[in-house]
Design a protein. Structure first.
Length: 300
């Protein structure tokens, strides 16, 4: 299924590359959180890949932390890869030009939400990892930009008699762990953060999204410019619904984090049912009692 238009994704990122430093606060904040998570893993990574690197924020922030010895950076837009510098190339996240078992670590910071075939991309990432290699990623989750979605929907329905696709669908946190399992990762973990940002108005938020290269790239998006009156009405609705005592409006960014390992025989395996070496009752200093009713629950 073609949800996004890759050509538009590349074009938006290429356009944003020159002035990204004025708008990359979210990428940097999430990169800092990814670097902290990586610091908790006490091992070295001789060869790592930053997949969808934007301007190289993760590489700049992680520095010598996290045990990375050599970092290759990769982005769909050549202009972004060039901005990242160092060992960098342009490539699509769902068409990786790397052999199997190449990397000890693959990190992706706020890029995978633009991939049409996310399960397929995760399979490619797992294959590109060495056995027991680590995958660590962040991407926009389902609660992202809920305020703007509602304002745009109401404004366009009111002024144009119907709504067009304006904001990308995002991964639901509840589904993220299953995606990792489906791709064949061992020890999969998915969790999330909510990062609130306050803006002077909705137009400033929209300008920031363009400056980050995060503008609408849906394949089903309208092939004409949105009427200025619709955008202004959406900004007015946004303010009416969400303006705070400080005169500013909130924008919510839900961040989903994915962690998984390429399978390896050395990894810990869950015990089979009944295979525990110690009893919970002993640890709690109590007596184990049989259940009074082993039947199924019924809902009236």
């Amino acid at each position: 299924m073609k949800i996004f238009e890759p050509r538009l994704v590349r074009a938006h990122r290429s356009r944003a590359a020159a002035c990204l430093g004025e708008h990359d606060f979210l990428f940097r904040e999430v990169a800092e959180r990814l670097a902290d998570r990586l610091s908790d893993v006490k091992r070295t990574f001789p060869l790592a890949l930053d997949l969808g690197c934007h301007g190289g924020e993760f590489g700049q922030i992680v520095g010598a932390r996290g045990g990375i010895e050599t970092l290759i950076q990769c982005d769909p837009a050549p202009a972004m890869a060039g901005r990242a510098g160092g060992l960098a190339l342009a490539a699509e996240p769902d068409a990786l030009p790397f052999s199997e078992g190449k990397f000890d670590l693959i990190v992706s910071n706020m890029s995978l939400h633009w991939v049409n075939d996310l399960p397929g991309a995760l399979i490619q990432i797992r294959r590109a990892l060495k056995p027991d290699g680590l995958f660590l990623a962040s991407l926009a989750g389902g609660g992202t930009l809920g305020e703007m979605r509602g304002a745009l929907l109401e404004a366009e329905t009111e002024m144009a008699g119907g709504a067009s696709p304006r904001v990308s669908p995002f991964v639901d946190l509840r589904d993220a762990g299953a995606l990792l399992q489906r791709a064949g990762f061992a020890l999969p973990v998915a969790d999330g953060d909510l990062i609130p940002v306050r803006y002077e108005n909705a137009l400033k938020l929209m300008a920031d999204l363009r400056g980050m290269g995060e503008a609408n790239a849906l394949a089903a998006m309208p092939r004409h410019f949105t009427r200025r009156a619709v955008i202004l009405r959406a900004a007015e609705i946004y303010r009416e619904r969400h303006e705070g005592p400080d005169g500013r409006v909130p924008a919510s960014f839900q961040i989903v984090y994915l962690t998984g390992w390429a399978p390896d025989p050395s990894q810990q395996k869950p015990l089979k049912p009944g295979g525990a070496a110690a009893r919970l009752a002993d640890a709690l200093g109590t007596t184990e009692e049989p259940s009074a009713d082993s039947g199924d629950f019924e809902q009236d």
